[in-house]
Design a protein around this ligand. Structure first.
Ligand SMILES: [Zn+2]
Length: 267
């Protein structure tokens, strides 16, 4: 009992009580010096994970910097996520409640805003999920997207040091875990890439995985495998599907092949 009590107390001190837009755990982490763009507000998910029509959640690494900036400069307001300058503010901790509400509205309406372009990542992912199951689409809210790290970085994820990647995942884990725990039962979690699958394992939740399934063989990267399983959280079951290669790196040919495999696992 005492061990359980300690665990609960540690969790509540860990940052989960902090509103993510005001969080600077990643921005202030010395291991990732100058990597996390403090001006770009963290985004833990795109779309609305509380939508009653939600059926599936794609899970990726972290928001791309070009969701905020282009050639170093902020993009047009209608085409980007929230930045500190939108609220005449230079310190995340001083954001007003109305500012945070606005930032959330923008990320929750990302896919529904008819004047906004989706990032290429989401166009590729939409292609895969909608081909696997025509009822799955970001457009209507049956699909949403989560990232294991909510903070945008100046370098691409693959160019960050391993230490920095690990720190960012560690810093954002409470927020990610909170989002996963809030999902309704039977939601399907689609894990894009081996690192995401690993982080699902690291959450310490009850996880049942079947042996990896071969999806295809790529000359450059070797076997591309798929994962099927489920997470059990307080009597809720979340279905797990994952794949080892990142969708953003797959050609159209291999995305069609992935969608075929994915569709076959949900029948
Ligand atoms: Zn973070």
């Amino acid at each position: 009992m005492r061990r359980f009590g300690n665990r609960v107390r540690r969790r509540s001190q860990s940052g989960c009580d902090v509103i993510i837009e005001r969080c600077h755990r990643c921005a202030g982490d010395p291991t990732c010096e100058r990597q996390v763009d403090n001006a770009c507000l963290p985004v833990p998910f795109f779309g609305d994970i509380s939508n009653v029509h939600l059926k599936v959640v794609t899970i990726g690494l972290n928001p791309a910097l070009n969701e905020y900036r282009e050639k170093g400069l902020p993009k047009n307001h209608s085409q980007r996520l929230a930045m500190l300058s939108d609220y005449a503010c230079d310190d995340r901790e001083r954001l007003a409640d109305a500012d945070i509400e606005d930032a959330r509205f923008r990320r929750e309406n990302y896919f529904r805003n008819e004047n906004r372009d989706w990032h290429q990542y989401f166009e590729k992912m939409e292609f895969v999920i909608n081909r696997a199951n025509p009822a799955w689409t970001y457009l209507t809210g049956s699909a949403a997207h989560l990232d294991i790290v909510a903070c945008a970085t100046n370098s691409r994820w693959s160019d960050l040091t391993t230490q920095c990647q690990n720190r960012l995942i560690h810093n954002c884990r409470d927020y990610f875990s909170q989002a996963i725990n809030s999902l309704p039962g039977e939601t399907v979690l689609l894990c894009d890439g081996a690192r995401v699958i690993q982080e699902i394992k690291n959450l310490g939740l009850q996880l049942e995985l079947h042996p990896n399934q071969a999806i295809s063989f790529h000359e450059r990267t070797g076997c591309h495998y798929g994962v099927v399983g489920r997470l059990l959280i307080d009597g809720k079951i979340l279905q797990i599907r994952g794949w080892s290669s990142y969708v953003s790196r797959l050609s159209a040919y291999w995305r069609i092949d992935l969608a075929r495999w994915l569709g076959g696992t949900i029948i």
